[in-house]
Ligand binder design. Sequence first.
Ligand code: RBV
Length: 461
Amino acid sequence: MNPKKPRSPTSPRKDDNLRFRRFLRIPRFLFKWFKKIHSAKVYSMSYVKDPSLAGQGKLNLEIAERHMGALLNVREHFKKTRPFSGLTIGMALHVTKETGVLVRTFVAGGAKVAITGCNPLSTQDDVAAALAKEKDIKVWAYKGESNEDYYKFLTAVIGEEPDITIDDGCDLVTLVHTRHPHLLKKMLGGCEETTTGIIRLKAMEKEGVLKTPMIAVNDNLTKHLMDNYYGTGQSTFDGILRSTNMLIAGSTVVVLGYGSCGKGVALRAKGLGANVIVTEVAAFPALQAAMDGFRVLPMAEAAPLGDLFITVTGNLRVIRMEHIEKMKDGAILANSGHFNHEIDIDTIEKQAKRKRRVRHYLDEYLLKSGKAIFIAGEGRLVNLASAEGHPSEVMSLSFCGQAFACEYLVKHKGKLKNEVITLPDEIDDRIAKMQLEAMKLNIDVLTPEQRKYLASWREGT
Ligand code: RBV
């Protein structure tokens, strides 16, 4: 029951290589040469699960495009301006139909794109197959990747020497900094999609090790107040329902974390008729949860009450054995935070008497006490592991942010500091306007009198 420990990207492999070379008595220069040829061969071509899925992938991309009007608008703008001519964009994003639409948008703007996934379970194999067939795109991704392949594929993207990186979770840019720092000299910068990635980047900045400008796309209002809130809210339940088909109405749902993702999840749980409990460690969001009408409890008290537990904290081991021991027989656990360490699966795996896959990405763990618990999506992002991630409409907003962030890096080449950068408000405003247009919604405009009033401090009671 011991899961294979992931190999850290920073852990040295030199010792393994040395032992292997000495064992075979191969001269050093010959070994190096062989490795170079071998890796060039593995890395120079796309790698997907099944190229014959490309037809379905193409159809899914077509459907996604229908719902991503704002991003298609940016594509038209890029077709005219070609901001990425001669540049390579290296991406580690969930390889989904929505990401595919973004990839095509960069290609329309003149870029070559090298892409891999940012989670071993989130790749849509049909979309990967379809993209791999398109011009100027290389793809390395399949659903169910081993940790070794995950890092091999990130290395393949780096092998394409990207000028710009796009990350979701910061694994790509971390690998560039730790293993391939030579690339930082030519890089214009990078963009980060998610909260977890921004936290890591800010830690790098604080330690003084960040060596390229990084745009915090997640900090756009049109990203975290839309994607994290409405996107996570809906897609988390999509994943849980595909795995369990449980009735949410009347059940008790415990939401761990009340950030923008947790708020969205709690709102949807309430909408589906659940009794919602929120757990928090920070005072202000706990207060917001209480005022939003949710019961706020510490996890130790929430554990025996919940039928379904959803982690969205971005932190480590927020559900531990001490909580699981108190849970009801049959409790369901799911994670919608970026990484899979919010639920202490390692300990569950070690202590469980039996583990069975009972249905689509749903594992049953029989505990020593005789109780069973269920984990959906292997404790990875349940919305992408068990379902298809956020809906296209909301990803259109997030990815307009990615598209404009890359254009911003090009326009400000050489002028940006090596720090975490928030895009100017006008870009957010432009994205919101484009999305309203795509939704065929009109709004009012300020009259000259109102504009003047807002700019003055003289008028009072
Ligand atoms: N996410 N992408 C999708 N359909 O491509 N769904 C969710 C998709 C992103 C989302 O932007 C979030 O910030 C990130 O996944 C977490 O890894």
